[in-house]
Design a protein around this ligand. Structure first.
Ligand SMILES: O=C(COP(=O)(O)O)[C@H](O)[C@H](O)COP(=O)(O)O
Ligand SMILES: [Mg+2]
Length: 474
């Protein structure tokens, strides 16, 4: 241990010392969930003292050593096990026996990004990356219905699933709403989502919206001969209403695979996410992350990263989560944030900001399973049979502010096409309207797949030419 670290350890009081072990033999021995935090002390404490207070408050402790602790309770203490003083980074190991049994994600978050974000002892505290041991992954659902299942339903492979959000965000009647869906679908789009606040507004009653969407989808499928998908926001005031909305959709005659359930995962909550995952394992669970910016924006010193949010969404069973456009669209974001998050949830094994996460529940002893694991051409680890052994993939959903002109620039940053893109203004602001907007999106995707520059391709694809003219000038 370096002398600086020895000095810091000597500065700990007896309570703090019980939450630090800079010589923890093997943090990856399977007992611990690991977290890497950026931490700047906020008061008189040095970084190790502050980190110890964080470890205490986010596991078994409080601000004073209590007389009621026991020999066993001390074994549940989180432990600060690594420091990087240059970058103000601290690593904490959480005995995952601390967490509620039965695969409860909100319980973990209550510990590791709960009270500690409010403590006086920090002026900056951000959970940048998290690592789950294989034995822990066994306890969590992971996704049920994946984007691969959606691809099979749509018969769409080797390209992004092309989607939109109906705009205006709110204010259309249910019939007007469904008409926009129809225009997009017959323009060649695959996937339409409710916008994240769409619910049971008096001017667009939920039951009528569902019914009109079904009619529009049937018409579009008949005319195009292609399957279509609609993602319904089922977030609601309470679980009964949420389930009622799900059942309304299930009983409206939609083909299995043609609908997804959208949950505003942060404002509706993790229990809503996991309830839907468990009640409807064969429905694509679409995690919209409205309000995530309060925690994840790169300039926010207190919160957690897009990668952390996305990893927990996969653990909870989201089939897809919005992971951002890496700054190509309208939202704040960078490739280091958004693309790392996207790769962190769509592969079986990937490098995060600080941890290599392998999403297999394969135990070392499960030798026959190991040879099912191999690498694809991009050296991403994939599991031959994406069965119980591996936690299924979670699909990046890429949206905010994209348009046909920005599709290729985003793909170039993303490095693959295995995502769903949902463009709102990028379709409905097209000078010739939604149907032309959809055609422009399809044409931009075709140009990409044919490796033709969109300006070239636009020469004999008018909707794309109009989109370039319109979106490039803005
Ligand atoms: O309605 C939209 C996008 O509409 P538009 O395409 O008109 O911007 C989504 O709610 C944002 O994608 C959320 O952002 P993110 O996807 O980053 O979570
Ligand atoms: Mg939206």
């Amino acid at each position: 241990m370096s002398s600086i670290h020895e000095d810091l350890v000597r500065s700990l009081d007896s309570k703090q010392a019980a939450y630090v072990n800079l010589e923890l033999p093997d943090p990856t021995n399977g007992e611990y969930l690991l977290g890497a935090f950026h931490l700047v002390p906020g008061g008189d404490l040095n970084i190790l003292q502050a980190a110890a207070e964080i470890a205490a408050e986010s596991s078994t402790g409080t601000n004073f050593k209590v007389n009621t602790e026991t020999k066993f309770s001390k074994t549940m203490n989180a432990l600060v096990y690594q420091l990087d003083l240059e970058r103000n980074l601290v690593w904490v190991a959480y005995p995952w026996r601390l967490f509620d049994r039965g695969g409860n994600v909100q319980n973990i978050l209550t510990y590791i990004v709960g009270n500690i974000l409010g403590m006086k002892e920090i002026s900056a505290l951000k959970l940048l990356d998290v690592w789950f041991p294989p034995a822990m992954l066994e306890q969590y659902d992971g996704p049920g219905f994946t984007v691969d299942d959606m691809r099979k339903y749509l018969d769409v492979y080797d390209r992004p699933i092309l989607g939109t959000i109906v705009k205006p965000k709110m204010g259309l009647t249910s019939a007007e709403y469904a008409e926009v869906c129809y225009d997009f679908w017959v323009g060649g789009g695959d996937f339409v989502k409710n916008d994240e606040p769409q619910a049971n507004q008096d001017f667009c009653p939920y039951d009528k919206m569902v019914m009109h969407v079904k009619e529009a989808m049937d018409k579009a499928v008949k005319e195009t001969g292609k399957k279509k998908v609609h993602s319904f926001n089922v977030s609601a005031a309470d679980f009964d209403t949420m389930i009622e909305r799900c059942e309304m959709i299930v009983n409206a005659g939609f083909e299995p695979g043609s609908y997804a359930f959208l949950i505003d995962g942060i404002t509706a909550g993790w229990m809503a996410v996991q309830t839907i995952r468990r009640r409807y394992p064969n429905v694509f669970l679409h995690f919209h992350r409205a309000a995530h910016g309060a925690f994840t924006r790169p300039e926010n010193p207190i919160g957690f990263s897009v990668l952390v949010l996305s990893k927990f969404a996969r653990l909870a069973g989201a089939s897809g989560i919005h992971t951002g456009t890496a700054g190509v669209g309208k939202m704040k974001g960078t490739p280091e944030e958004d693309v790392v998050a996207a790769h962190g949830i769509q592969y079986l094994s990937s490098s995060g900001h600080f941890f290599e996460q392998t999403w297999t529940k394969i135990m070392e002893t499960d030798k026959d399973a190991i040879d099912l694991v191999h690498e694809d051409s991009a050296h991403h680890v994939i599991l031959e049979d994406d069965s119980w052994r591996g936690m299924k993939k979670c699909c990046p959903i890429v949206s905010g502010g994209l348009n046909p002109v920005r599709l290729k620039p985003f793909i170039d940053v993303m490095g693959n096409v295995d995502f769903i893109t949902t463009m709102g203004s990028g379709v409905h602001a097209h000078p010739e309207g939604t149907n032309a907007g959809a055609k422009a999106l399809v044409q931009a995707c075709d140009a990409y797949l044919k490796d033709v520059d969109i300006a070239e391709y636009a020469k004999d694809h008018k909707e794309l030419a109009q989109a370039i003219e319109f979106f490039q000038k803005t």
